[in-house]
Ligand binder design. Structure first.
Ligand SMILES: Nc1nc(O)c(N)c(N[C@@H]2O[C@H](COP(=O)(O)O)[C@@H](O)[C@H]2O)n1
Length: 163
């Protein structure tokens, strides 16, 4: 029987869940700059643009990126000279652009996401209750992936980094 629920995280038992996890080392380009992983991007933007931890996070993935982000004060996200309120829609939208960029820049990831058609995407990293200060709640992450999957299934050419 086909599995109806797919965990997208580093704790997934399905290879597609692992591949689509933010944790994985998976370079992408956003606004002309190169990032090693979505996790590194997500943690790096918590640091101001002159903070050395920012670049270190951008060049990392997985737990090293996550641990680096734990040292940030989580009062804002920083992008192109602007401070974005932490946890705001604008903050989530910026992370969404990184998630979309990574997947859209890889034919394999696009195909992997499309192959999950009909499955409910969840994010259960197996690390206990979700942090109240997470910059990417599971509901937001799964909504982003589900929306992108829908766009890819409807018409590959209509899916873009900026919706
Ligand atoms: N343990 C674990 N495995 C994964 O595969 C994950 N993607 C995550 N969580 C990711 O952490 C990011 C948010 O970090 P903060 O809560 O702001 O520190 C986001 O990318 C989640 O997907 N955890």
């Amino acid at each position: 029987m086909t599995q109806k629920i797919l965990n997208i995280s580093s704790a997934s038992s399905d290879w597609r869940g692992l591949a689509l996890s933010n944790f994985v080392l998976s370079p992408f380009v956003l606004d002309g700059a190169l990032y090693a992983s979505v996790e590194g991007f997500t943690q790096g933007i918590k640091f101001a643009e002159n903070d050395i931890n920012r670049r270190a996070a951008f060049e990392s993935s997985g737990w090293p990126a996550k641990y680096l982000g734990e040292t940030a004060d989580r009062s804002g996200a920083y992008w192109q000279g602007h401070r974005i309120p932490y946890g705001s829609d604008e903050h989530h939208r910026l992370i969404e652009r990184a998630i979309r960029a990574r997947i859209l820049q890889s034919e394999g990831l696009r195909a992997a996401l499309k192959s999950t058609a009909g499955m409910t995407l969840i994010h259960e990293p197996g690390t206990g209750a979700e942090s109240p200060t997470t910059s990417l709640p599971a509901t937001v992450f799964c909504r982003i992936l589900t929306q992108l999957r829908s766009e890819l299934l409807d018409d590959v050419s209509s899916a873009m980094i900026d919706r």
